[in-house]
Design a binder for this molecule. Structure first.
Ligand code: CU
Length: 171
């Protein structure tokens, strides 16, 4: 009984090895024709969206200053609404009331500018969200170079409920 069992296992192993060998051989053949490049492309595609498929574009124009405040009188970006030119950058600086951040809602930014804006935001906390700025004097600069014209609404995540929001209009 035990011997018979072993024999069965042995033939299963042989069959398995055989089947596996055939399968591997055919996989290798297929891989040499198409799947190998496809696998490479898949890996590339997986990496590309992470980077937005777009390279960061350094600012070539003016850098605008926006201050971030919070106290008993309210939480705000100052100025809250800004109109800039293509190639400009915006530097957000914490004055008080921190932590603050700069968060664009992926569903409200102009679709044509989304990927470039994402690429231009270093160390994002999540999609189109700057890191949290924890200290007075902390700042975060966003280049709007190559970001499509349009109005980009943004807010501060911790203080959205207090109305801390604004817009950047790229001409
Ligand atoms: Cu805030």
């Amino acid at each position: 009984m035990r011997f018979y069992g072993l024999a069965l296992i042995a033939s299963a192993v042989v069959l398995g090895a055989c089947g596996g060998g055939d399968k591997n051989a055919s996989t290798d053949t297929t891989a040499a024709v198409t799947p190998a490049p496809a696998a490479g492309a898949t890996t590339g595609a997986a990496a590309a969206p992470a980077a937005g498929g777009v390279a960061p574009a350094p600012a070539t124009g003016k850098t605008w200053d926006v201050k971030m405040y919070g106290d008993a009188t309210g939480y705000k970006f100052e100025p809250a609404d800004l109109t800039i030119k293509a190639g400009d950058a915006v530097n957000f600086t914490v004055v008080d009331g921190q932590p603050h951040n700069i968060a664009f809602d992926p569903s409200t930014v102009p679709a044509a500018g989304k990927a470039q804006l994402e690429a231009n935001m270093p160390n994002p906390m999540s999609e189109l969200n700057s890191p949290m700025l924890l200290n007075a004097g902390d700042h975060y600069t966003i280049s709007f170079a190559n970001v499509a014209p349009g109005t980009y609404p943004f807010h501060c995540t911790p203080h959205l409920a207090m109305g801390m929001k604004g817009t950047i209009t790229v001409q």
